[in-house]
Design a protein around this ligand. Structure first.
Ligand SMILES: Nc1ncnc2c1ncn2[C@@H]1O[C@H](COP(=O)(O)OP(=O)(O)OP(=O)(O)O)[C@@H](O)[C@H]1O
Ligand SMILES: [Mg+2]
Length: 126
């Protein structure tokens, strides 16, 4: 159980980022897996990746990497913060796995057992 519209918003931001920040590659890999407790979605790109020390920061509001290659790419720096809040408020986790220069894989997982969840919980909070 979850908020379909809001989860869609998260996926859209992850895909848009993969397109924007990896303009020289022609491949994005999207995978889902699940076990008895949760479902996980991964969006992998083959762009510049994200240095280890910034991998938490990029989820902060208005944070954008100060990178000359990204200087011409527009954005507010809010997409990942909003994604973080949407996933957190549905009791999930969102994170990035990346080695600099080797692309980035953004992942989120959501618990399967959320029969008590209501859209109102999430909408009220954002
Ligand atoms: N796939 C990626 N590869 C490399 N850097 C990324 C990637 N995704 C996000 N980033 C970095 O993280 C920053 C924050 O991303 P976020 O989605 O929050 O904001 P944005 O894309 O700049 O703007 P918007 O609010 O329109 O989403 C980006 O500005 C970029 O520096
Ligand atoms: Mg974005």
């Amino acid at each position: 159980m979850g908020d379909r519209g809001r989860i869609g918003q998260v996926i859209t931001n992850l895909l848009t980022n993969a397109i924007k920040y990896a303009p020289d590659s022609d491949r994005i890999v999207v995978k889902t897996t699940s076990d008895s407790e949760s479902v996980t979605l991964r969006v992998q790109d083959f762009g510049p990746g994200i240095p280890k020390q910034l991998q938490q920061k990029i989820f902060d509001p208005f944070y954008r990497m100060d990178d000359s290659q990204q200087a011409s790419i527009s954005g507010l720096g809010l997409g990942l913060y909003i994604a973080f809040e949407i996933i957190r408020r549905q009791e999930g986790h969102i994170w990035v796995e990346s080695e600099e220069g080797q692309g980035a894989t953004f992942c989120f997982s959501l618990p399967l057992d959320r029969a008590h969840a209501s859209e109102k919980d999430i909408e009220a909070a954002i």
